[in-house]
Write a protein that binds this ligand. Structure first.
Ligand SMILES: C[S@@+](CC[C@H](N)C(=O)[O-])C[C@H]1O[C@@H](n2cnc3c(N)ncnc32)[C@H](O)[C@@H]1O
Length: 182
């Protein structure tokens, strides 16, 4: 069995590559993989040595009692930290707090990456609101050199210090949707 990152919760599946849900057609899979990469599944990620999952116990942290992702060592500005992987799907996941949009086609097809039940360390990245004045990392949806679509997380313009929590902005729309569900 593959080793899991420390503090990985036992009820979640730790995966090293994104998996396709049955709602993703073969045509869409090819669009996501890119024309020259028939082996999307072969891109495997090892445990990420730049970051560590830690339980959050500070009562002033809005995600106290949950987990967060922290830098193990200094991360320079504008540096790739980790790719966000999970279940790639085309069905609606309105109740998932772990669902990112990967791709939207002109004819309305929506492809997401959901890590609510399976994923890697990136699923533990919290939003900066209530923690720090601004995020120190950003999401970036790019096509890798292989042609495959990826959702990556990069450090922003400043260095992330050893021990600092990695924090992104989920965006106003994410918080708006979540607050409207409550
Ligand atoms: C993608 S998960 C982040 C990882 C999560 N803390 C965990 O342990 O699984 C998103 C969830 O984390 C929590 N969260 C993240 N950032 C937050 C913030 N700034 N304020 C309050 N809750 C936050 C919310 O419960 C949200 O639904």
């Amino acid at each position: 069995m593959n080793p899991k990152p420390s503090h990985w919760p036992p009820h979640l599946q730790y995966i090293q590559t994104s998996l396709y849900h049955s709602s993703v057609s073969i045509d869409t899979q090819l669009q996501i993989q890119g024309p020259e990469n028939p082996s999307f599944f072969s891109r495997r990620y090892n445990i990420n040595r730049r970051v560590v999952i830690r339980p959050i116990s500070s009562p002033s942290h809005p995600a106290c009692g949950q987990y967060g992702l922290f830098a193990v060592k200094k991360i320079p500005p504008k540096t790739h930290i980790i790719d966000y992987i999970g279940e790639i799907h085309c069905d609606d996941r309105p109740d998932s707090d772990y669902d990112l949009s990967l791709y939207r086609s002109q004819d309305g097809l929506h492809v997401g990456i959901d890590s609510s039940t399976m994923g890697n360390e990136a699923r533990f990245i919290n939003d900066y609101r209530g923690v720090k004045p601004k995020p120190n990392a950003v999401f970036s949806d790019i096509r890798a050199d292989s042609g495959a679509m990826r959702m990556s997380i990069w450090s922003s313009g400043g260095e992330i210090k050893k021990g600092e929590e990695i924090l992104v902005s989920y965006g106003k729309a994410w918080w708006h949707a979540r607050n409207n569900l409550q």
